[in-house]
Design a protein around this ligand. Sequence first.
Ligand code: SF4
Length: 94
Amino acid sequence: MKHLHYHTCNLCEAMCGIEIEHCGDDIQAIRGDKADPFSRGHICPKAVALQDLHNDPDRLRHPVKRTADGWVPISWDEALEETAQRLHAIQQEH
Ligand code: SF4
């Protein structure tokens, strides 16, 4: 069953509105969103390539942490907690 998902292209500051036609995880088309008040249906070729980024087997799909043994997957809660702690430590130091 086809569905339409409306989003914003995040590849540059223009933030064009996009309409994504998909069937589950299978993206079938990416078009400009004609109802977007700023881009009014315009997109450049990079927005169409969002599908390639989405399907790239090397795309990160979860947070990872660098350790002495290499990159290891961690949960979002762990990633956010560690980021908050380290940001706080940097703020205190400087
Ligand atoms: S569609 Fe092109 S111009 Fe619009 S936000 Fe994406 S990259 Fe930028």
